[in-house]
Design a protein around this ligand. Structure first.
Ligand SMILES: C[S@@+](CC[C@H](N)C(=O)[O-])C[C@H]1O[C@@H](n2cnc3c(N)ncnc32)[C@H](O)[C@@H]1O
Length: 312
């Protein structure tokens, strides 16, 4: 487990696309006058190190993990001063100093997991009047998947043999969201569709939902759906985990289906998603419904739910 933690940070530290985007956004706000920064989920401290180098005067680094000790040692080794290390989760920070800029890089592969929306809503209490939050908006995208390669693990229940019917176990497994490196070539040739957009200002709910629709361009078998996110870090600076954009260390989410959709040209493919990520436990509720229609008539509808995807 110890290596897992540093390896998690190693991957983030090696992500040039991520760093280019955060540096550009930090540079823009610091050039516009931001002097003080709160770094929520500071990890190894890299974003605060960038902020100091770019001209910020003081940064407060919040993280309850032991990685904050490494951040302090790295700051010493690199002779970076003006940093305050606060070893608490931001939701538990009492009366935090108000700053010009809050940066919260606490994003996962799905973007909303680990109570991210709770953190970003609460982050506003760290802001001085006129202060800015980075990211300022999150968008969630979807596109149908035609490649069968992500379903291979799921269909392996069918090849166990020994006369066993494991269809019920496969059904449980399908009611889950999976992290995979999905590429543009895995997707149905239709435009991506945005199923959610959150402006991270004022009150916003951690319960999110949205529905999107595509028209099949040709006969195809839809195996499931790919999800990814875009974060607006500053005006004009968007970090994307899209399979159509330059790769980052984040992967995409694969939402399976119970049965694939065999579409013909002109068929409607609809996806509705509802998720709830609040509550402080880091848990996630997620339900997705796929509908397939031809000439206005429903050919099939299936709802999957991660509440049905667990065994204890
Ligand atoms: C995705 S890593 C990012 C680390 C660092 N910001 C970077 O850019 O390399 C997230 C870190 O945030 C911490 N974390 C997540 N939510 C937090 C919160 N609300 N307050 C403080 N730390 C948080 C985790 O412990 C983890 O170390």
């Amino acid at each position: 487990m110890r290596c897992m933690l540093i390896d998690f940070h190693r991957k983030m530290l090696a992500d040039r696309v991520r760093h280019d985007a955060f540096r550009r956004a930090l540079a823009a706000y610091i050039a516009a006058g931001a002097r003080t920064v709160a770094d929520l989920g500071a990890g190894t401290g890299v974003l605060s190190f960038f902020a100091r180098e770019l001209g910020a005067k003081e940064c407060w680094l919040y993280d309850p993990g032991t990685v904050l000790g490494l951040a302090a040692a790295l700051a010493d080794a690199n002779r970076i001063d003006g940093l305050h290390f606060v070893p608490v989760h931001s939701l538990e920070a009492e009366d935090p100093p108000r700053v010009d800029l809050v940066v919260a890089e606490v994003l996962g592969n799905f973007a909303y997991e680990e109570g991210v929306l709770d953190t970003l809503r609460d982050a506003q209490r760290f802001l001085a009047p006129g202060g800015r939050l980075m990211p300022s908006a999150l968008a969630q995208w979807a596109q149908p998947v035609t490649s069968a390669r992500f379903d291979q693990e799921l269909v392996s229940f069918r090849t166990v043999g020994h006369g066993l019917d494991l269809a019920l176990a496969e059904r449980v497994a399908r009611n889950n969201m999976y992290v995979h490196a999905i590429e543009a070539r895995d997707l149905l040739e239709v435009p991506p569709a945005r199923w959610d957009m959150v402006e991270l200002k004022g009150e916003f709910s951690s319960a999110r939902q949205g529905a999107v629709r595509w028209t099949a361009p040709a006969s195809a078998r839809v195996q499931g759906f790919a999800l990814w996110w875009e974060a607006t870090l500053a005006p004009g600076v968007v970090l994307s985990t899209s399979p159509h954009a330059e790769r980052t260390h984040w992967d995409q989410i694969y939402l399976p289906l119970t049965t694939p959709l065999d579409t013909e040209k002109g068929d409607a493919i609809e996806l509705a998603i509802a998720c709830e990520t609040g509550g402080g436990e880091g848990g996630i509720a997620m339900q997705w419904t796929a509908r397939h229609a031809r000439a206005g008539a429903t050919l099939g509808e299936q709802t999957l739910d991660i509440a049905r995807g667990y065994v204890e």
